[in-house]
Design a binder for this molecule. Structure first.
Ligand code: B12
Ligand code: SF4
Ligand code: SF4
Length: 343
């Protein structure tokens, strides 16, 4: 490791990252093979994964870039409101990628500026990223990928990844110090509600509850995995929550900005009564996987959970949703009434 690579890594740790590595841009070449392999195993996911091929030609897309700085940051340090567990995936509740109030976001900006002040060109994208993040983190030796496809460090899988393309040739690679999955363990696969995780190291994004409740799910009443969604309104944590390698890894020692206040506005019943201005202006910027024009999905997803686990107290709320201003919500509510025989 050069002195400069060492300096960057140390600065990342000073800014709160758990780990930081640097790989050559050409180290990412093997990702195409992994993506092709995924599509070969799960042919129905071909359409979904088409856009991921943007990660396979980084040298053409960014001819100035020489290396990738890849960082790991823990989010298992945050307190999660009890009533939202099992309903909204934990990562999305404490997602600092675009939240200007979060220290994670501020530190990311500071770290980027630090690299730029060193005289580098350093670029990232604080959404889905510019590079295949798990692959880059594996190549940098910062941890390992487990059978549930998640990237783990010593702190488990409640870590997210961030990367910058830089125009300087540098390298900083570690040797991971994490025990692999035991040959016998299949707890994550057994627990996956929709069999998206049917085999080790692969998954079907179209069947994944996390995808169905965010990007997809435009016709929930006829959704193939509707019942398997269970109680999830947005995202899914099952294959991580059951993993023994995550046991006791959630520390909950810090508050994520504004989460406690916001959580008081969220429950299945409250979602059905939410104003569209609240959904668009407060919920959407935080939970940005559902775009502004699709915020009706929150209500449809909430009705689906009410149907999957019906309680008498939901009746009036489902009836109320029959008068929602959005036709998708009205249709879902009417479908629920028939399905549950409420009238
Ligand atoms: C597309 C995407 C999705 C899609 C599809 C997921 C998928 N697994 O392909 C959907 C919408 C379903 C999704 C959902 C979620 N996502 Co997502 N997603 C991404 C994204 C943008 C690209 C992933 C991708 O390229 N997939 C294609 C496959 C082929 O590549 P891969 O999974 O990255 O890596 C595999 C290969 O590299 C392979 N591999 C490489 N080398 C080797 C070597 C060996 C020996 C083996 C065995 C395997 C192997 O193993 C990896 C895992 O299979 C990344 C961000 C990014 N820029 O990378 C986030 C990312 C993967 N998502 C993330 C998260 C947290 C989630 C959710 C947990 C959120 C939630 N709680 O609901 C869910 C969980 C669903 C799930 N089971 O994956 C995190 C994962 C962090 C971590 N610790 O691993 C990432 C890295 C975002 C981030 N900034 O941190 N996601
Ligand atoms: S996130 Fe949920 S649905 Fe998706 S693979 Fe994991 S357990 Fe299965
Ligand atoms: S549940 Fe078992 S097989 Fe799955 S990732 Fe965890 S240790 Fe590996």
């Amino acid at each position: 490791m050069t002195l400069l690579a060492d300096k960057i890594k140390n600065q990342a740790l000073n800014f709160g990252y758990e780990k930081c590595g640097i790989i050559k841009i050409s180290d990412i070449d093997g990702y195409k093979e992994k993506l092709d392999e995924r599509i070969e195993h799960i042919p129905e996911a071909k359409g979904f994964y088409q856009s991921q091929y943007r990660f396979t030609n980084l040298q053409d897309a960014y001819p100035w870039a020489k290396s990738i700085v890849i960082c790991v940051r823990e989010y298992g340090k945050y307190y999660i409101p009890e009533h939202l567990k099992g309903m909204i995936a934990k990562y999305y509740l404490v997602d600092g990628r675009k939240d200007e109030n979060s220290k994670d976001f501020q530190d990311s900006l500071k770290f980027e500026k630090y690299m730029q002040d060193l005289g580098f060109r350093a670029e990232t994208e604080r959404g889905f990223g510019l590079v295949p993040l798990r692959f880059a983190a594996m190549k940098a030796g910062l941890g390992i990928v487990r059978k549930n496809n998640f990237f783990y460090t010593e702190s488990g899988s409640s870590v997210y990844l961030e990367a910058w393309l830089i125009d300087k040739e540098l390298e900083s690679i570690e040797i991971p110090n994490v025990r692999p999955c035991s040959d016998k363990c299949n707890l994550c696969m057994k627990a996956c509600p929709s069999a998206s995780l049917s085999k080790p190291y692969t998954m079907n994004p179209i069947a994944c509850v996390s995808c169905v409740t965010t990007f997809m799910g435009r016709d929930m009443a006829n959704e193939k995995y509707r019942e398997q969604i269970g109680n999830w309104v947005y995202g899914c944590d099952v294959c991580q929550d059951v993993c023994p390698m995550n046991k006791n890894s959630w520390k909950a020692t810090e508050e994520f900005p504004n989460l406690q206040e916001l959580s008081e506005y969220i429950s299945l019943e409250k979602i059905l009564k939410m104003d569209y201005s609240f959904l668009e202006e407060v919920m959407q910027p935080k939970f940005w996987y559902i775009d502004k024009s699709s915020v009706w999905k929150w209500k449809v997803n909430a009705i689906n959970v009410m149907v999957n686990n019906y309680k008498e107290q939901y009746r009036e709320h489902i009836l109320y949703a029959c008068n929602d201003s959005n036709s998708k919500v009205r249709e879902m509510a009417e479908w629920a009434i028939k399905k549950l025989n409420l009238q």
